[in-house]
Design a protein around this ligand. Structure first.
Ligand SMILES: *[C@@H]1O[C@H](CO)[C@@H](O)[C@H](O)[C@H]1NC(C)=O
Length: 390
């Protein structure tokens, strides 16, 4: 009898405490689970974040030291345009509620192209951008306060749902918006040339040497094991033969059966077979630190005052990058969103020292995230009430 009561009391106590503390404990349990899954001794992540030594060809590509290509040595080749392309909002937010809105982090990426890369032109290719979301394509992109802020420096380029559907190489398949975006970026680079950046990629300084490359395509290795060439950041000349070959690999494939084979592994295979058509940059240039648990943590952990000073000096020395071979940083939002990125606001970026915040702080416009200016809290960037005051 007493034992039964004790058991019952225990059960009630457990249920009550779970109800009370569950909302606080649950995220840490999920976080702990993810940490263990990602960092155990046999995790693939150790392979990805392994040390590497940049090769001569990689460095020649990075520093613009390649000899002119033999085919065109008598013709002066045009540099690739310093025109940066972003793609956002291809899914209808009413069909896919998780599609997200163009937010502060997207704003920072576009600012990185303007301030960090000194782009001659920045294009944002979109189908849906309204905020709050609207089911009709091309509804008022300027209703989004971040887009409104960027409007004078960005060319908005609308693509209709029909045009996007026509990009599928297997018309019946249900593709993710990410797959359509994979193809659209290749098409844009093929037609116009320039630089493509994912919405969570940050260009830290001008890509001057890359734009003069004699090769038609410049990509970056992903991972210390050089397991792939990632399509989140690419530089290409109009009509590159490398992209032709890549398009060829999309013929009749059903991408609903894969995630990133065609965006990361396929370009690596083409590079191995046609090394003279592409520059493959060191793992450090575009995609380092990597997406692993420890690397993402390294970018976002709080720095001591001494560490912050150290990194500020390094970045000053490297024109905005953390180290000499780095030109851009990909923030791996799939891995970093819940742990870190979603917590960032203009004020956090401006006032808390992490490697990531130091790196992007200079991209903030002056009025954003300053305590003294944000007496009126609603003016802290995101608020619709501020945006309506023109
Ligand atoms: C690329 O191809 C298009 C269409 O075939 C052509 O009009 C354009 O002149 C080409 N551009 C270059 C730089 O070769």
């Amino acid at each position: 009898m007493t034992s039964f009561r004790r058991k019952r009391n225990f059960t009630i106590l457990t249920i009550v405490s779970l109800g009370l503390f569950g909302p606080f404990i649950l995220p840490s349990i999920i976080n702990l689970g993810a940490r263990i899954r990602q960092t155990h001794p046999f995790s693939y992540q150790w392979t990805v974040q392994q040390d590497f030594v940049s090769t001569k060809d990689e460095l020649d590509c990075l520093y613009g030291r390649l000899p002119p290509s033999t085919a065109s040595s008598d013709v002066e080749i045009e540099p690739i345009p310093n025109h940066v392309h972003f793609i956002y909002g291809l899914s209808n937010p009413y069909v896919k509620p998780g599609a997200g809105t163009f937010d502060f982090l997207c704003y920072l990426a576009v600012r990185s192209a303007i301030v960090g890369m000194k782009a001659d032109k920045v294009s944002l290719h979109y189908t849906y951008l309204a905020d709050p979301p609207a089911p009709e394509p091309n509804t008022s992109p300027l209703s989004n306060p971040w887009i409104y802020r960027l409007k004078d420096d960005v060319t908005l380029e609308y693509h209709s749902p029909e045009e996007m559907a026509a990009l599928k190489s297997s018309p019946g398949a249900t593709w993710q918006a990410a797959h359509i975006s994979d193809i659209l970026r290749l098409k844009l680079l093929q037609e116009q040339g320039g630089i493509y950046l994912d919405m969570d990629a940050y260009g830290l300084r001008p890509f001057t040497d890359l734009l003069k490359s004699p090769r038609g395509m410049i990509m970056g290795h992903e991972g210390g094991d050089r397991g792939g060439l990632c399509n989140a950041i690419m530089v290409a000349r109009q009509n590159s033969t490398f992209i032709d070959r890549w398009f060829g690999e999309y013929n009749n494939v059903d991408l609903s059966k894969e995630w990133n084979y065609h965006s990361v592994r396929v370009p690596k295979q083409i590079q191995l077979a046609h090394a003279d058509e592409v520059c493959a940059l060191p793992p450090s240039s575009f995609f380092w630190p990597t997406w692993t648990w420890h690397h993402v943590e390294w970018m976002h952990q709080p720095l001591s005052a001494d560490e912050a000073r150290h990194w500020a000096v390094e970045m000053e020395k490297n024109g905005g990058s953390l180290y000499g071979e780095q030109l851009a940083y990909h923030a791996w939002s799939q891995m970093a969103w819940d742990r870190y990125l979603k917590k960032l606001t203009p004020e956090v970026v401006r006032t808390r020292d992490t490697r990531f915040n130091l790196m992007v702080r200079g991209f903030l416009q002056d009025d954003l995230g300053r305590r003294d200016l944000s007496e009126d809290k609603s003016c802290d960037g995101l608020s619709t009430s501020c945006r309506l005051v023109e």
